[in-house]
Structure formats: C-alpha cells, structure tokens
Design a protein around this ligand. Structure first.
Ligand SMILES: Nc1ncnc2c1ncn2[C@@H]1O[C@H](COP(=O)(O)OP(=O)(O)O)[C@@H](O)[C@H]1O
Ligand SMILES: [Mg+2]
Length: 251
C-alpha cells in the first residue's frame, strides 16, 4: 500500500534519515518506533511532502508521491496527525472536523454565496460525516462545544477525527497517546483498532511500547536515522539490536 524506498534526509551536515526502506501492507496497523530524535516525525514530513528528501521515493499503491506538494499528497489519500496538537480552539468539534474535509465538499464559493440547494445538501452530508467520524472517537456527544474546552486527551482524538475527514487510505498518526493517562490510552487503543477494522491502513509512531506491541501487526525500528529492524512484534521484542538501541541495555 505504502512503499518507502531509500529515503535519505540531511539537515545541513546532519543526516537524520539514512536510506530508509520499508513497505506498509494494506489494512494493517504498522508501528514506527525508535528513541527520541531517531527521525520518525521527519519521515512523516517526507511522506506528506512537508519536507523534501535528498534521495529516495514514496509510493501509495502505484502513485509516486515524491515531489508532490502537501495538499496533493492529502488528495492522493494520505491523512496525518501531528505530534503537537493543531486544533482550532474557538471552533466547535464539528467545525474542526468539517474544516478538514473542505477538499471533499464539492460546492464552490458561488454555491456558498447563493446558498444553492446542492450546497445545502453537501453541507448536510459533510455535517453527518463529521458526526460519524467524531463517534468513532467517542466525541459525538461533544460535537457542538468549543474544542478549547476539551481535555488534552480528547483534543488528541479530535486531531484524529480531523485527519479522517480528508478521507485517507493511509492514516499517519504521530504519538497519539502522548500526555494521556492509562485509562485514556486504553480507550484510544480500542478506537484505533476499530478504525483499522473499517479498512484504513495505519502507520503509527508511538513511544508507549505496550501500546505498540498490542496494536501493531508489524513494526519498523529507527535508530539515529537507520532502520535497524522490521518485523512482527514478537521478532522485534527479541531482537538484541532493538533491545540495546531502544530499550536500553538493562531491559
Ligand atoms: N527542520 C529541522 N531542521 C534541522 N534539524 C531537524 C529538523 N527537524 C528535525 N531535525 C532533527 O532531526 C532529528 C530527528 O528528529 P525527529 O524526526 O523529530 O525525531 P523523532 O520524531 O524520532 O523524535 C533530530 O536530531 C532533530 O533535531
Ligand atoms: Mg517525533
């Protein structure tokens, strides 16, 4: 589904990704782990076109994403969340999600100004879809309140609903459980599993090892920009290089 081939990224003299290659099969939750500064978020920025790689390619199915601007990558079917929350605090949850789907609502400015029936239908459809996406994250009861009044954990989930609003084939999620308490993390794991079962392919960056091992069917491990391991969770857990690099020698 998503093919990453030989991606290298340098910032000045610092090589933060070094010939990284792996493939994310359709329909699974694929984990991307590694110590702080390993290059995980940079990899997301390369896939989404926010940054340009020095070498290498990214394909979504048969489509080459490398070189496309970010909005074209979104249109091609890549949705993402950010490591730091980026919601509109003064807007309602529904409005936040609907902002994410504006590419998919077909009416133009003229339709908006004239309040054409076709526009009202689109608007209604968008609103219904936004409510549905919020319900996937157990946020539908708060659809009409301001996003700024949500707890930190709920704001992270709103980010996910908004990423889904772009109707992606592949969803890139950057540390969704960061700052969540254990109960919120548990709930989130269930919700991400349900989203995956709805047919989405998910690439997940996560620090919480328990979350990664329980959630992902395959895992890639980055260390100082180098892919040091790739495989099923059981293989990753037993890989001595991973244990040393990621978990520390005393684990
Ligand atoms: N825009 C940038 N300019 C310079 N260095 C950067 C930039 N973005 C990230 N880096 C550096 O690249 C390395 C990898 O960062 P990052 O991808 O955020 O790691 P991770 O998400 O795995 O913690 C770090 O050393 C970071 O300081
Ligand atoms: Mg990061």
């Amino acid at each position: 589904m998503l093919r990453i081939n030989g991606l290298t990224k340098q910032f000045g003299g610092l090589r933060v990704l070094d010939e990284v290659s792996f493939q994310v099969p359709e329909g699974i939750i694929y984990g991307l782990i590694g110590p702080n500064g390993a290059g995980k978020t940079t990899l997301f920025n390369l896939i989404t076109g926010i940054l340009k790689s020095n070498t290498g390619t990214v394909h979504l199915g048969d489509e080459l994403l490398t070189g496309l601007p970010p909005h074209r990558v979104t249109q091609a079917g890549i949705g993402r969340t950010f490591q730091n929350i980026r919601i509109f605090r003064e807007m309602t949850l529904l409005e936040n999600v609907m902002v994410g789907m504006h590419d998919h609502l077909r009416y133009g400015l003229a339709g908006t100004l004239l309040a054409l029936p076709s526009h009202r239908r689109e608007e209604k459809r968008g609103r219904e879809r936004a409510r549905e996406l919020l319900s996937w994250l157990s946020l539908d009861t708060k659809a009409t309140i301001e996003a700024g009044s949500l707890s930190y954990g709920e704001q992270r989930k709103l980010e996910l609903a908004r990423a889904l609003a772009t109707e992606p084939k592949v969803l890139l999620i950057d540390e969704p459980a960061a700052g969540m308490n254990p109960a919120e993390t548990e709930e989130l794991m269930g919700e991400i599993t349900c989203i995956s079962r709805r047919g989405y392919t998910i690439l997940l960056i996560e620090h919480d090892m328990r979350l990664v091992m329980g959630l992902c069917q395959r895992i890639a491990v980055l260390n100082f920009g180098v892919l040091i391991a790739e495989g099923a969770p059981a293989e990753i857990r037993c890989n001595p290089e991973v244990v040393e690099a990621y978990l520390g020698k005393d684990v």
